[in-house]
Design a binder for this molecule. Structure first.
Ligand code: SG5
Ligand code: ZN
Length: 263
């Protein structure tokens, strides 16, 4: 395609040619091998602020994902995080079928989708300033698991995906206000923690990653609606391809450790 970077065949393997950081040794995502995690019982529980309030949202398609921006001040702290972090945006990574799509995988197993709540260190003032600072970002990652019935709290987002199929970024839609805590799984106490990177260029190694065990439920037909969006990448006929498989393959752990909040 004509875009600066993409997920087309072997696309992610070439990111490091343009963005050298993408070839370093603390990259994300990773395969979390549960046999090898280090239990750290003292990480504590997260404190979420603002996630219980009703939050207005706008959603757009930037050619790489469905991106949601919102009005309000939401924060996460504790849970072993080194500081208080402010929510900047959330976005999704998904596959072309239910066997793949998540960025992180557990013991080699992928999930059909993963959502990332991207936070920046509040003391740094902005996402842009935080990207290049050590531990400047805290991303909370949640896996989706297929359920027989629709997860109704997702319909506010899913029903509007059809209005942002165009990847130019121009098609922004206004969503109904919603409590973000309703989107999250109930149990936030069991999670994995490691030091990693943005999973897209510039692959900055400034992310404190949290990947939760409890999953968000989604039906197969709801999942299918994400796959109808269009990518900024084009095929040989110059047609936009469906936005699917917008996940980066797992990266080597190298000398890093993955911590678990519980036994
Ligand atoms: C997505 O993932 C996000 C990026 C995000 C990367 O591609 O895309 C969107 O949400 C649409 C713009 O978000 C932005 O570019 C917003 C500024 O990159 C960042 O959040 C940079 C700070 C990588 O994020 S991830 O590691 O959580 N997957
Ligand atoms: Zn992401």
């Amino acid at each position: 395609g004509g875009s600066l970077w993409g997920y087309e065949k072997d696309g992610a393997a070439k990111w490091k040619d343009t963005f050298a950081t993408c070839g370093l040794n603390s990259q994300s995502p990773i395969d979390i091998q549960t046999e090898g995690v280090v239990v750290k019982n003292d990480l504590g529980t997260f404190k979420l602020t603002g996630y219980g309030g009703s939050i207005g949202m706008n959603m757009s398609n930037n050619g790489h994902t469905a991106k949601v921006v919102f009005n309000g001040d939401l924060y996460v702290e504790n849970g072993g995080l080194p500081a208080k972090y402010k929510l900047a945006q959330f976005h999704f990574h998904w596959g072309s079928d239910n066997t793949k799509g998540s960025e992180h995988i557990i013991n080699g197993n992928a999930f059909p989708m993963e959502v990332h709540f991207v936070h920046f260190k509040d003391s740094l003032g902005s996402l842009g300033a935080a990207v290049s600072e050590p531990e400047g970002l805290a991303v909370l990652g949640f896996f989706f698991e297929i359920s027989e019935t629709d997860n109704k709290v997702l319909n506010n987002i899913i029903d509007h995906l059809a209005n942002i199929t165009d990847p130019s970024g121009n098609s922004e839609v206004v969503l109904s206000a919603q409590k973000f805590e309703d989107l999250l799984p109930k149990n936030l106490d069991n999670f994995y923690r490691y030091s990693g990177s943005l999973t897209t260029p510039p692959c900055s190694e400034t992310v404190v990653w949290t990947v939760f065990e409890d999953t968000i439920k989604i039906s197969s037909s709801q999942m299918a609606k994400f796959r109808e969006m269009f990518s900024s990448e084009v095929d040989a006929q110059n047609n936009h391809v469906h936005l699917q498989n917008n996940y980066r393959p797992v990266q080597l752990l190298h000398s890093r450790k993955v911590y678990s909040s519980h036994n």
